[in-house]
Design a protein around this ligand. Structure first.
Ligand SMILES: Nc1nc2c(c(=O)[nH]1)N[C@H]1C(S)=C(S)[C@@H](COP(=O)(O)O)O[C@H]1N2
Ligand SMILES: [Mo]
Length: 532
């Protein structure tokens, strides 16, 4: 600070008018932005999975209590990730603006914010299941950059660098000795350049991250001869069912990964260990050269609500799980496998469904193309008849053969069932709930599923009347869903339609309503329609 002169005593610090908050708010936003942006860039360069921003989001996902997760899925569906990231941006922005306003006289509030955010990112990084010491570099650099940018911009904003604006440059500028920042023009130029740098760092980081060799770099081996052709009579699309084979772009997606793991086939390997005769590590080329199977399997999420859409059917290409396990040799007494993804998620799957001859596989192809990154590229598990959370590990890199007591999975730790066999269920796709239909003849249509058991009947009840059997589409495999349709005559007025399925064991879908936690929702899907 400049020395007070005789005729102009220095104004005591606490009564000096603080500069307007605008500049310090801009400085705080830029410091935080630069910190996050540089964190992204450094992560992309040294430790791709260690983006500080996403690490905090992943930490939040790990800590999210079950009720909140269910609420988030209920509100945002598969946009829950976007909702979380947007929420983080809003919260960080709000706190940053407050810290900027509080920093009009004092550099410390903004400093505390930048450091606290850095510590949060470090904590989230260290507690991640995939933590490696190198992951400390991105959040470490992010804090340092944030602190430096903040001190520098704050200085320019309020003048702690000691030099007031050149009095001649700004008419009415405060006299020398008063704490003011640089000229408006210089501040804006500096701020603009900092903003460009921060955004560029973040964007370059994301681009590098997304440029890892993906599915386009892979040539699939030919599917084994004799793989079933896509059946023609398996759906009632004309009546409003989804197509039997789900277009890949519409395939539902559920996982805990905020940023999709990017693994090249060259760097991928799968370790099989635990209760085995010999530990095995498979490369992608080794896997691809094994005996292949191609088979349709319908995946369902245990979180699917009655009538929900977290279900899709795909034709998977891969290697039978029992062949993979046989390479290592499962020891007597083993009961399940623990499978882990490159991002540290894990699942437990009983050995029964993996070795009983069904089309359980390590898949690398979906509908004739390499797996999409979102669906597990380069390799994932698929097991007919089990919910995804106990069987469908995407980005799989590790399999441990163990006992039921020997391993508790990610979702099991959060209150979900240890075993997740799919429950026999059905859904009405048309008419939609709340729809208005012409009175008279109409057609109801939808899907039913009991993977690896098969659907033998679907019935619809109108206004709690008798159950009427629906027409079923062909059943190319019991591992996939089955479509149904039923012509109805509806008098003008309000009506309620409900549906129930019967599976090949003869069991009729229960009407007892249950939440999806712990092992799958039950109840009859019911829609209300108005006939006019
Ligand atoms: N690595 C990883 N694999 C995962 C999950 C996950 O969170 N991480 N979620 C599982 C769940 S709960 C489901 S329902 C299926 C969904 O597979 P999809 O996204 O390809 O439809 O993936 C399973 N595999
Ligand atoms: Mo799921």
């Amino acid at each position: 600070m400049a020395t007070p002169t005789a005729d102009r005593p220095s104004i005591p610090r606490d009564v000096r008018p603080a500069p307007g908050g605008g500049r310090t708010v801009v400085a705080a936003v830029l410091a935080v932005g630069a910190s996050i942006g540089v964190g992204e860039l450094v992560a992309a360069l040294v430790s791709p999975a260690a983006s500080p921003f996403l690490a905090v989001g992943q930490g939040a996902i790990r800590l999210t209590p079950e009720w909140l997760k269910e609420t988030a899925i209920a509100w945002f569906g598969t946009n829950d990730k976007l909702a979380l990231l947007s929420g983080m941006v809003v919260v960080i922005a709000a706190i940053t603006v407050l810290a900027g306003l509080a920093s009009r006289r004092d550099v410390r509030p903004g400093l505390v914010l930048v450091v606290a955010m850095g510590l949060l990112a470090l904590a989230a990084t260290v507690t991640a299941p995939t933590f490696a010491p190198f992951d400390l570099v991105p959040p470490g650099v992010a804090v340092i950059v944030g602190v430096l940018v903040w001190r520098w911009l704050h200085g320019l904003a309020v003048g702690t660098h000691g030099t007031a604006a050149t009095p001649a440059a700004e008419p009415g500028a405060p006299a020398e000795g008063e704490r003011v920042g640089v000229s408006r023009q210089r501040f804006l130029t500096t701020a603009g350049l900092t903003a460009v740098g921060a955004v560029a760092a973040g964007v370059v980081g994301r681009v590098i991250n997304a440029s890892a060799a993906g599915p386009a770099s892979v040539t699939l081996p030919p599917a084994p001869a004799g793989a079933a052709p896509i059946p023609v009579n398996a759906d009632f699309v004309a009546d409003g069912t989804p197509p039997w084979l789900t277009p890949v772009a519409d395939f539902y997606r559920i996982d805990t990964a905020l940023s999709v793991p990017r693994i090249s086939t060259n760097s991928w390997s799968l370790r099989i260990h635990g209760m085995v005769d010999r530990e095995v590590t498979l490369t992608f080329d080794q896997l691809r050269s094994m005996r292949l199977i191609e088979a349709p399997v319908t995946l369902t999420c245990v979180s699917n609500e009655v009538g929900g859409t977290l279900i899709s059917n795909g034709r998977w290409l891969g290697v039978p799980m029992r062949d993979v396990l046989a390479l290592a040799g499962v020891k007597p007494g083993a009961q399940q496998i623990a499978s882990t993804s490159s991002d540290g998620w894990n699942a437990n799957t009983p050995l029964g469904p993996l070795t009983d001859g069904r089309n359980a596989m390590l898949a690398f192809g979906l509908d004739g193309a390499p797996l999409p990154v979102e669906h597990g590229f380069p390799v994932r598990m698929v097991v007919p008849g089990l919910y995804g959370y106990v069987s469908a590990t995407k980005w799989i890199t590790d399999i441990e053969v163990t006992t039921f007591d020997g391993f508790t999975s990610y979702w099991e730790q959060r209150g979900w069932g240890k075993f997740g066999p799919v429950k026999t269920s059905s859904r009405i796709d048309v008419p939609r709930d709340g729809a208005t239909v012409p009175a008279g003849r109409t057609v109801a249509a939808g899907v039913a599923w009991a993977q690896h058991t098969g659907i033998t009947g679907v019935e619809v009840s109108v206004d709690a009347g008798p159950w009427q059997p629906a027409q079923l589409a062909d059943e190319p495999t019991v591992d996939s869903w089955r479509m149904w349709r039923l012509p109805l005559t509806l008098a003008a007025g309000q009506h309620q339609l409900r549906v129930r399925a019967t599976d090949r064991t003869g069991a009729v879908q229960t009407g007892v309503e249950a939440l999806s936690i712990p092992d799958g929702a039950t109840g009859w899907h019911t829609v209300s329609v108005t006939a006019v």
